[in-house]
Structure formats: structure tokens, C-alpha cells
Design a protein around this ligand. Structure first.
Ligand code: AMP
Ligand code: MN
Ligand code: MN
Ligand code: MN
Length: 276
């Protein structure tokens, strides 16, 4: 039997809604064999997830999703099999969380100026872990009746050009990769289809990612359309990168893809787990 991999998921330690224990049990129910927990810029949920997984037959891969900036855009680098105790990685993540906290206050101020009261407090009240994400603002905006769903809240208030948009300066791409490698992890470019890059720019990103020590790309992701798969297989081959698969699950609410639901990797790619 082929093993089922889901190598990109979140808990309430970042912007997901389940506890690590709930995530692991749900993944078990969905017959996931190997699950990676990859919260944004924080590793606090890993120990609990490992404890929960130890009571099951499932393998828990310690991971993280690092916020990075490349060519003025935000890109996400997943680290798989990281050592959460690594000091270089933790110092880097702490810096990102400091930037996040200041950004969240600025998002609150800008929304306030646009007639939306109490957004910073409201989003903070929804965050149950150490980071404040735009997702928490989106949930607040829906709860407060400013948007009918989180997708619309992003579009109307939080995306580039919207009133609550605040430019972010995350880790430079090569720095994010270096932190993950310092912690013994494999850097994986998350959802390459989500950055809305033309073919030339995407190639440049893949080239710089590989040159910086990147090892794999998400060929299949719940955060990008599945029909990109074949194109990403060819790009993985061209840039000598391994292939990963992850739902990017944040919780049972819309719009997230269910755990373990993505198809198997297409033929022609070497899975990121081939040497595990
Ligand atoms: P942040 O890292 O705080 O900028 O928040 C980014 C997170 O917002 C992503 O990881 C997604 O979980 C979520 N997100 C981004 N765009 C959307 C969208 N259009 N609809 C719903 N969630 C989104
Ligand atoms: Mn997220
Ligand atoms: Mn992401
Ligand atoms: Mn993610």
C-alpha cells in the first residue's frame, strides 16, 4: 500500500483552528500516514503533535512555514524535519514574530482610520497562539459583519491595495532557507502557484531558491489549482528539485482542502521523502 503524505498543515499556534491533538486525530481519521505540522513562523505546537502521534501509527514530521520576502513579494518556505530546538532557526522566527506584531498594530490602525473599530483587539482575541496573522483579522471582519466570508474580507480589506494592507518585510529568501538548513531541515517552496508570477519570474524564483539551498517545491497544494501539477513537475525536473504535497489545512471551515485529500504525486517527480 502506498503511504499517504500531507506535508503542510496548521494549528491554532498560528492561524489554524485545531489544537495539535485535534489535527493529529483528524489526520488519522483521514488515513494520513505521514503528517507534517508547519505553522507560520512558530514551532510551539510540534511537541504536542508528536505526543499525540506517538499514540497512533502515524508519523509526525516536525516542520515550519517561514515567511520570506523575495523581489518585493511574500513567499513561504516550508521546512521539513527541522530541529525545533535549533537556536539559529528560533532566533530567526522570533524576529519574524516581532515584525508580525508591529504589522498587526499597523493593520489595526489603518482599519480604524477606515471606519472599522476594534480590529486589533478583535483579531488578538481570536488568536490563541503567539502570532497574529491576517487570517485573524479576516475572521474578526467576518464576525463583525464587515464581510460575508474570509476570502471577501481579504479581498476587500487586507490584500495589496486594500485599506488594511501593510507592506511586510519578512526574511530574505536565502536567509529563510539558511535558517531551515541550520536546523537540519529540508527547505520546500510552498504553493509556487499562489504568487501570481509569470513564467520568467517563477523560473527566476526557482533558480534562486535552488541556488540558495532549496530542495523541493510543492507540486500539489491545497493552496493552488491542481492543473498546475504537470507544469510544476516539469519545472521541478528542470531545476533538479524534489516534489512535495500538502493540503495547507487550517481547519474544518471553508475554504480549506481536507487533510490527506490531495491525489498522489504525478509520475515524473522525485518525492521529497525519497531519502527519509
Ligand atoms: P499573514 O502571514 O499574516 O500575511 O497571513 C497569510 C495567511 O492568510 C495565509 O497563510 C493564509 O492562511 C491566509 N490567506 C491569504 N490569502 C487568503 C485569502 N484570499 N483567503 C483566505 N485566506 C487567505
Ligand atoms: Mn495561513
Ligand atoms: Mn503559505
Ligand atoms: Mn500554510
Amino acid at each position: 500500500m502506498k503511504r499517504r503524505y500531507d506535508l503542510h498543515t496548521h494549528t491554532l499556534y498560528s492561524d489554524g483552528t485545531l489544537t495539535p491533538g485535534e489535527l493529529v486525530r483528524r489526520a488519522m481519521d483521514r488515513r494520513v500516514d505521514v503528517l507534517a505540522l508547519t505553522d507560520h513562523d512558530v514551532t510551539d505546537g510540534i511537541a504536542q503533535a508528536q505526543q499525540a502521534a506517538a499514540q497512533t501509527g502515524m508519523t509526525l514530521v516536525p516542520g515550519v512555514e517561514v515567511s520570506a520576502t523575495w523581489a518585493g513579494r511574500t513567499v513561504h518556505i516550508v521546512g521539513l524535519h527541522i530541529d525545533p530546538a535549533n537556536a539559529v532557526l528560533q532566533a530567526g522566527l522570533a524576529g519574524l514574530r516581532t515584525h508580525r506584531a508591529a504589522r498587526a498594530q499597523e493593520i489595526g490602525r489603518r482599519l480604524e482610520k477606515n471606519g472599522i473599530a476594534g480590529a486589533y483587539q478583535g483579531a488578538s482575541a481570536l488568536a490563541q497562539g503567539p502570532i497574529l496573522s491576517r487570517t485573524h483579522f479576516a475572521r474578526f471582519l467576518v464576525d463583525a459583519g464587515h464581510a460575508s466570508d474570509t476570502g471577501k474580507a481579504f479581498k476587500k480589506f487586507l490584500s495589496a491595495g486594500a485599506p488594511g494592507a501593510v507592506p511586510s518585510r519578512w526574511a530574505p529568501l536565502d536567509t529563510a532557507i539558511a535558517w531551515i538548513r541550520a536546523a537540519g531541515g529540508q527547505p520546500v517552496l510552498a504553493h509556487p502557484g499562489r504568487y501570481q508570477l509569470g513564467s520568467g519570474k517563477l523560473r527566476r524564483l526557482l533558480g534562486e531558491f535552488k541556488a540558495g539551498g532549496g530542495e523541493a517545491i510543492e507540486v500539489l497544494s491545497g493552496s493552488q489549482t491542481l492543473d498546475l501539477g504537470q507544469r510544476l513537475v516539469r519545472l521541478a525536473q528542470e531545476f533538479d528539485l524534489l516534489a512535495s504535497v500538502g493540503s495547507d489545512y487550517h481547519g474544518p471551515e471553508k475554504p480549506w482542502v481536507e487533510l490527506g485529500r490531495l491525489p498522489a504525486l504525478p509520475a515524473g517527480c522525485t518525492p521529497v521523502w525519497h531519502s527519509w
